[in-house]
Ligand binder design. Structure first.
Ligand SMILES: NC(=O)C1=CN([C@@H]2O[C@H](COP(=O)(O)OP(=O)(O)OC[C@H]3O[C@@H](n4cnc5c(N)ncnc54)[C@H](OP(=O)(O)O)[C@@H]3O)[C@@H](O)[C@H]2O)[C@@H](O)CC1
Ligand SMILES: Nc1ncnc2c1ncn2[C@@H]1O[C@H](COP(=O)(O)OP(=O)(O)O)[C@@H](O)[C@H]1O
Ligand SMILES: [K+]
Length: 535
């Protein structure tokens, strides 16, 4: 796993490295080397380097010097003279570079800038980095749209200029990078908010050779799950299994209004490898679900007058629940008094439980002002996995705003820290999904935007439940098991987009390609771990 840092954590890491004997000036030299190496991959003859006033600009000045030493024509565009730069280390490298074989253009007009950029094969963006906040001010608010309009390859240093490195927010304008060389460790903003849209291909510049020895001494906002991290989490299929021993899932879901959600979750659980899936659903929609799922037993439990779970459903489901390796509750169930009783009852069982969709909304109604205020409601011995999207997560924490990766991680941490159990994991879903446990925040591979389609979350919930059932509790790290499930969902998004076209994917397509998605996840993980693949 690869650490992802907040801005504050990055600054602490720099200080720590400095105490170990490597100065910030030395880090800037290495940052410039990393940026120049990324630009050189394009084999350019002419490079334009846009620098700002701060240390991000310093990195750009160093890179410009290195590229010009490689025989590349380099134009450095700066808003001020090198002598006027406030940061002493950036001023030093700027003055040094300006005295060498580069052309320096200070404060060009928009037209002059466009004509300089038009001569370049690649642009290095070293305008703003981790020190940037708020809305981009002139002259950069003029430079950045001019650069974007040209559509040239752009390598950004640390983060694309205009992107808030902490939140991933873009207030006004931001460089649309082809590639970003982030420094020391990736910044959380590259994965949050609009980060993924602007950053292009992200690589990390190695600025310090003993990083592994010190990175553990600063907290990290999150860790990126690399394919090889998942090698221990593929579900086995030994030859001596039967349908029950493979892993059984009870899907408690559906209502007369939303029977489809139960159908998709159950089918996804079966396709993701559970040997025996059963649906418990209100009587009112049981027959419809039976017809849609010939391979799944469907148990009707008492409905209320609207065809949702009624008051007597809770005890009926409790009787069933303990026979299964995992219970998934929520898809399509709607929020009713019967549903709330059902969720309360399931939280009290000792069976691994996945709560999704309206089960989460029922749960948030069990407490006023945030469920984390009453952790005894959801603290339990058996694993509990919650799979909220931002709105559901916000309701769980008393309607505090959750609108990007950072706020989702914060809200999820409130829930897991209040319960204090390492069996509780929140899968905070969004364009980037975070898996939040009591000690770890993991960022598994994200899928394509094709996943933003109704029912896609029901499919993910089925995949998660199946993997818990198949594991039979033999799990070192629930966060990694959940990461495996999210990775399979993401690969399903890619596989379905390849088949159907990225705009046409619907949730049932994801279910149909789950087998292929599991194979892809496994193949990628083995390759990344350096394990030989058979034919
Ligand atoms: N991590 C590492 O290990 C290493 C990090 N290093 C590098 O340092 C970078 C951080 O440098 P930094 O702290 O100097 O900040 P930086 O991003 O250059 O921005 C500050 C400048 O931007 C300006 N500015 C601010 N807001 C603005 C706005 N809205 N609109 C317009 N301007 C705005 C602000 O102006 P001021 O507010 O002061 O007037 C100030 O001049 C980091 O990203 C990495 O590249 C490497 O060198 C070494 C190893
Ligand atoms: N823009 C996006 N890019 C990638 N994945 C996305 C995007 N938007 C949503 N997703 C994923 O799609 C799923 C949507 O889940 P959810 O909102 O619960 O859907 P539903 O309630 O309709 O089943 C989540 O797994 C989420 O991570
Ligand atoms: K930048």
């Amino acid at each position: 796993m690869k650490p992802v840092l907040s801005v504050e954590e990055t600054l602490r890491l720099e200080d720590l490295i400095e105490r170990e004997g490597t100065s910030k000036a030395a880090l800037m030299e290495h940052a410039g080397e990393a940026a120049a190496a990324r630009v050189a991959q394009y084999k350019p003859q002419h490079v334009a380097v846009l620098v700002g006033f701060g240390n991000n600009g310093g990195d750009g000045w160093v890179a410009a010097d290195i590229l010009s030493h490689q025989g590349i024509a380099v134009d450095v565009v700066s808003p001020i003279e090198p002598n006027e730069i406030k940061s002493p280390i950036a001023r030093h490298v700027a003055r040094r570079t300006a005295g060498r074989d580069v052309r320096v253009i200070v404060g060009p007009s928009r037209d002059e800038l466009v004509s300089i950029l038009s001569e370049a094969d690649v642009v290095l963006d070293a305008i703003l980095g981790t020190g940037f906040t708020g809305a981009v001010r002139p002259p950069f608010s003029i430079w950045i749209p001019a650069l974007n309009e040209l559509g040239l390859p752009v390598v950004s240093v640390d983060v694309p200029s205009g992107l808030n490195a902490e939140t991933g927010a873009v207030e006004t304008v931001c460089v649309e990078a082809t590639a970003t060389v982030t420094l020391l460790a990736p910044k959380i903003g590259l994965y949050s908010g609009e980060g993924p849209e602007y950053a292009g291909e992200i690589t990390c510049g190695q600025l310090y050779s003993h990083l592994d020895e010190v990175i553990g001494d600063v907290e990290h906002a999150a860790e990126i799950v690399e394919p090889a991290d998942l090698v221990d989490y593929f579900p086995d299929l030994p030859s001596n299994v039967n349908k029950y021993s493979r892993g059984s899932v009870l899907v408690v879901a559906g209502s007369a209004t939303y029977p489809g959600a139960a159908i998709m979750a159950a089918k996804a659980a079966a396709r993701a490898g559970a040997g025996y899936v059963t649906v418990a659903t209100p009587d009112a929609c049981a027959n419809l679900i039976r017809m849609a799922l010939p391979c799944v037993p469907v148990v009707g439990v008492p409905s209320d007058s609207r065809g949702a779970f009624g008051a007597a459903a809770a005890s009926a489901v409790r009787e069933l629940a303990h026979k299964f390796d995992c219970v998934l509750c929520g898809p399509g169930m709607t929020v009713t008094a019967g549903g709330m009783q059902l969720v309360t009852e399931l939280l009290r069982t000792d069976v691994p439980l996945v709560l999704d969709a309206d089960a989460l909304n029922c749960m948030s109604r069990l407490a006023i002002g945030g469920i984390e205020e009453t952790p005894e409601v959801y603290r339990r011995e058996a694993p509990l996995i919650l799979t909220p999207h931002n709105k559901e997560l916000s309701r769980l924490v008393g309607d505090e705003p959750v609108d990007d990766l950072g706020s989702a991680i914060e809200a999820a941490q409130k829930l897991v820290w209040a319960a204090g159990s390492d069996n509780l994991v929140v899968i905070a879903k969004g364009p980037s999904t975070a898996i939040v446990g009591v000690e770890k925040v993991l960022l598994p591979m994200s899928g394509p935007a094709s996943l933003a389609t109704a029912g896609s979350g029901d499919v993910l919930a089925g995949i998660v439940a199946a993997n818990i059932a198949v594991s039979h509790g033999d799990i070192d790290c629930w966060e990694l098991l959940c990461s495996y499930a999210v990775a399979v969902h993401s690969y399903a998004g890619h596989a379905a987009a390849a088949l159907m076209g990225e705009r046409s994917v619907i949730a049932t397509d994801l279910i149909d390609v789950l087998g292929e998605a599991m194979n892809l996840t496994e193949r990628e993980a083995l390759r990344d771990a350096g394990i030989e693949l058979g034919d």
